[in-house]
Design a protein. Structure first.
Length: 153
């Protein structure tokens, strides 16, 4: 499945991510790519709210901590690779955090795309203007097949 959705506001981006979050079952690896300010952390907040309503208020960018863990119905491992080079990424121990009962969300995933295999959902966010983003979702997960219409409603 691959589709592109144009979000015209931060609220619409949050809502799209929240709808996606309601369909996650654990074990998914969400790879977020896009320019600085494209809305990757906002998207993560929406995903978190979809996994467990109210959790979005706890989500903050892990730019300096590198990894944040949010405890929920499905724990969310939130990773930021922006400040790391490829060698440093391999020493983070992310493979120990990727379990079936968790969701891993990786900001700046393009820095280590080859590291992540399995139940991957790739999301590319492109800045179009101050409030508008082009969001492309691509995955081969059967559990997400057929939800495109619901996500973009």
């Amino acid at each position: 499945m691959k589709f592109t959705h144009v979000s015209t506001s931060p609220d619409a981006t949050f809502a799209l991510a929240k709808r996606l979050g309601t369909h996650l079952h654990g074990g998914e690896i969400i790879l977020l790519s896009g320019d600085l300010g494209a809305g990757k952390t906002l998207f993560t907040r929406g995903l978190a709210d979809g996994v467990q309503p109210g959790l979005s208020s706890e989500v903050v960018s892990p730019s300096f901590t590198l990894v944040n863990i949010y405890q929920a119905r499905l724990d969310i491992i939130h990773v930021d690779l922006y400040r790391l080079d490829s060698d440093e990424i391999y020493t983070l121990g992310l493979e120990d955090l990727m379990e079936r009962d968790r969701i891993v969300v990786v900001e700046w995933a393009e820095r280590a795309r080859q590291f992540f295999t399995g139940d991957v959902v790739e999301i590319t966010m492109n800045y179009l203007d101050e409030t508008t983003r082009s969001i492309t979702v691509e995955t081969s997960l059967l559990s997400l097949a057929g939800i495109q219409d619901e996500l973009t409603a």
